[in-house]
Design a protein around this ligand. Structure first.
Ligand code: LUZ
Ligand code: MOS
Length: 751
């Protein structure tokens, strides 16, 4: 089925936050923010700003009627700074004016005095100073110390991965419309309507039923709007509360890049040991997560790092420890993969390191240690249905891995300036929110008297195609044509207490809730059909493409007729479906349980060519076998795989997020922060789906696809490293990402 949004997207008709019509009395917001990373906030003098024509008000911390607090997991994040400033870009105040231009002009007239304090930007330094968001998180199994004594080879080292700007096409924003009484209606560019509702109500000190949050669609999010859409919505709400007028706050690209948190940079130490054959007996790692100035989602991100620290491998003895380190950077947040990629980068580094030390092929070590059904993960969950080996086999066979290796080696023997490299990258990603209670969803399905259907869920369409998948679920379950179905904007008015659209689980959770609602409606209607057709049992009755069938025989009864009859007989044509992922549990104390509904697997082979004179490189090919289950929409899933791959490649190659030592952002524009473009992408991408894969907890057996394929991009880093080693076989190249052309050049020509 074609993505239901395609036509509106390409014809410019899709409606984003900045397209929402606003009344003429709307005020426009602009944010005053700190220009220093750490300091004591002495004064905010906004008298001059108030004098500017068109300026209506300047709101600061003291104007907040409720709690000055938006921290989701830990209450450590003020809406507007008070007393101390913790990062460059931290919001200090909101200007309200008749036009956006006037509001922006006024920000320059606000005099902020901050007494600077020393800033910490490095997570290891923060850990040394005991600047931790929470106590260290640990996960272990067996005894690493004992196992290391039995290893033939042991190495230890360090791996560093950088941050990443989300760069959603649509910047953050919200519009708050005052309603009757104290109520507010908020349109927000958020992945989590309930998160926004919660934050707004806390800041205003009002009950949740007074705040309706509505989301039409997003122009991308990638995790950046899971928690961090709340700030802007709460500011707009604060403005509307004070002025009694609608307030629109949409960030410019520049302000967005400065003020919002990004993917967490990590600095990690590892120790790994293998036996004579190459079996990994023990692995330990210490992760220093750069959380930024407040917790945001960092604790949950760190949990996923530990869960994914052994990637697709079975390792009997494991010891993992993670520190969430408070620094003076914008609060880092969810980003596609959610800490998983950072953990997987370290084990992949460790495998290359030990392969080099033992004189083995890293590909062989990877293959030997793939997890299978008989194994369990370090957190106790059995690897039932593990597809690691099957993905690996199908990948090496389909793409003729030995031939690729031989070709690369032949090329390198012949060429001096250009060197080729290759790497295999298996992936394994757990599907479910690691925070078990979040794995629930609801759907509200109305069938109208003419047979048309309207569906509300908390699934936020952010370009990933979830609306199309929900239509597919409803059309298939009801047995009607997709044209009869409309997906309504998500709203806390129709669906309450929802989890954000995140964790790759949106189609599963909301799809299953929709499936339950539609099944109930269908069963009621088929019971009625049996009565109308004077059939004793409903067993063989089905709805197919809008007609009632008994077995294969059409009964001359249409969906519309059935719906009309149901109305007259006072049979409900609406249903609220609720789904909670079954059998999930996790015991924080013992660090074991069943946190995930299932895992998504895959394997990729990555090929590159490096110009050793210039340090520039080309990504020749990425060839993937992906475990999509039984994909319900291969073209949407292919889009997710290709997009995630590009984003993963960008993270580890050209996207370099820099801050000065005093915490100033140095890459806050698109001229200084480079994301991969079509020229940087692989010259060839091949994607095959794993054959014969299903999982009952995936909607229609179609496995979650949003995040897992991002991690194929990690393979490109190691393919580049493979090429570097062809150029300089004896030097140990650092495991430092991103591997920009600049870094490639420095590594090639370092003394
Ligand atoms: N968000 C979240 C996520 O709150 N919990 C998760 O486990 C998660 N995983 C991936 C992406 N977002
Ligand atoms: Mo996400 S990183 O699934 O918001």
């Amino acid at each position: 089925m074609i993505n239901i949004d395609s036509l509106n997207h390409v014809s410019g008709k899709s409606c984003y936050i900045d397209d929402v019509p606003v009344p003429s009395n709307t005020l426009y917001g602009a944010v005053v923010y700190a220009r220093i990373a750490h300091g004591t906030l002495k004064a905010i003098d906004y008298h001059a700003a108030l004098q500017l024509a068109g300026v209506h008000a300047v709101l600061v911390a003291k104007h907040i009627p409720g709690e000055n607090q938006i921290g989701g997991i830990i209450p450590d994040e003020p809406l507007l700074a008070e007393g101390e400033v913790h990062f460059y870009g931290q919001a200090l105040g909101l200007i309200l004016a008749d036009s956006l231009y006037q509001a922006q002009q006024a920000t320059a007239l606000v005099k902020v005095s901050i007494d600077p304090l020393p800033a910490v930007t490095d997570p290891r330094e923060a850990a040394r100073k005991n600047m931790l968001i929470m106590p260290a998180k640990q996960l272990s199994r067996g005894c690493v110390k004992k196992a290391l004594n039995q290893c033939a080879t042991v190495v230890h080292g360090r791996a560093d991965s950088g941050g990443q700007e989300h760069l959603y096409l649509e910047p953050q924003g919200a519009i708050a419309f005052p309603q009757e009484g104290q109520a507010l209606r908020i349109v927000s560019s958020t992945q989590g309507p309930t998160a926004v509702q919660r934050g707004v109500c806390r800041v205003l000190g009002i009950a949740r039923h007074l705040v309706e949050v509505e989301v039409g669609r997003l122009g991308g999010a990638f995790g950046g709007k899971e928690d961090q859409a709340t700030l802007w919505a709460a500011l707009a709400a604060l403005g509307a509360w004070h002025s009694g007028r609608p307030v629109k706050l949409v960030l410019s690209r520049h302000d967005d890049m400065r003020m919002t948190g990004k993917r967490h940079p990590y600095s990690s130490d590892y120790r790994i040991g293998i036996d004579e054959q190459g079996l990994i007996l023990a692995y330990s790692a210490t992760f220093y997560q750069n959380a930024g100035a407040s917790a945001d989602l960092s604790p949950a991100v760190l949990a996923r790092t530990l869960f994914h620290a052994t990637n697709s491998y079975f390792i009997p003895h494991v010891e993992l420890i993670g520190y969430s380190c408070r620094t003076h950077l914008p609060p880092n947040t969810a980003f596609r993969g959610f800490g998983g990629p950072q953990g997987m980068f370290v084990i992949e580094s460790a495998i290359r390191h030990i392969a080099e030390a033992a004189g083995m092929d890293p590909t062989e070590i990877q293959r030997l240690n793939l997890i299978n059904e008989a194994h369990s993960f370090p957190y106790g969950q059995q690897a039932l249905g593990a597809q690691a080996a099957r993905c690996w086999q199908q990948c090496t066979q389909t793409y003729a891995l030995p031939k690729i290796r031989a070709k690369v080696d032949r090329y390198n023997a012949k060429h001096k300036r250009y060197k080729k490299g290759m790497a295999m990258m298996p992936i394994c990603f757990g599907i479910s929110f690691t925070n078990t209670p979040m794995n629930q969803a609801a759907a509200l399905v109305h069938v109208y008297g003419d047979g048309s259907v309207g569906i509300s869920t908390a699934a936020i369409e952010m370009g990933q195609g979830v609306s199309t998948k929900i239509v597919q679920v409803a059309a298939t379950t009801l047995g009607i044509l997709p044209q009869l179905i409309r997906i309504f904007p998500s709203s806390t008015r129709t669906i309450a207490n929802t989890s954000p659209s995140a964790a790759s689980a949106t189609a599963d959770l909301n799809g299953k809730a929709c499936q339950i609602a539609c099944t109930n409606i269908r069963e009621r209607l088929l019971a009625l059909a049996a009565e109308l057709l004077k059939l004793s049992k409903t067993n063989d009755l089905r709805l197919v493409a809008g007609s009632v069938y008994c077995g294969d025989q059409p009964q001359g009864l249409t969906w519309q007729e059935l719906v009309g009859a149901a109305y007259l007989r006072r049979i409900s044509l609406s249903e609220h479906g609720y789904y909670a992922t079954p059998d999930l549990y996790f015991d924080e104390k013992t660090g074991s349980g069943q946190p995930f509904a299932y895992h998504v697997y895959g394997s990729a082979v990555c090929q590159v060519t490096v110009d050793t004179l210039l340090g520039t490189y080309q990504i020749d090919a990425v060839k993937i076998v992906h475990d999509g289950g039984s994909s319900m929409n291969p073209s949407i899933d292919l889009g997710q795989i290709e997009g995630a791959l590009a984003q993963g490649i960008g993270w580890l190659t050209v996207e370099e997020l820099l801050f000065s030592s005093d915490g100033r952002p140095l890459t806050d524009t698109l001229s200084t922060y480079k994301i991969p473009d079509i020229y940087h992408g692989p010259k060839e991408i091949q994607v095959a789906f794993l054959e014969n894969s299903t999982h009952p907890q995936a909607i229609f057996n179609s496995k979650a696809v949003g995040e897992p394929p991002l991690m194929y991009g990690i393979g490109v880093f190691f393919a580049l490293r493979d090429a570097l080693r062809a150029a300089r076989p004896t030097s140990l190249q650092a495991f430092t990402a991103p591997l920009t052309p600049e870094r490639v050049l420095m590594q090639l020509h370092a003394p």
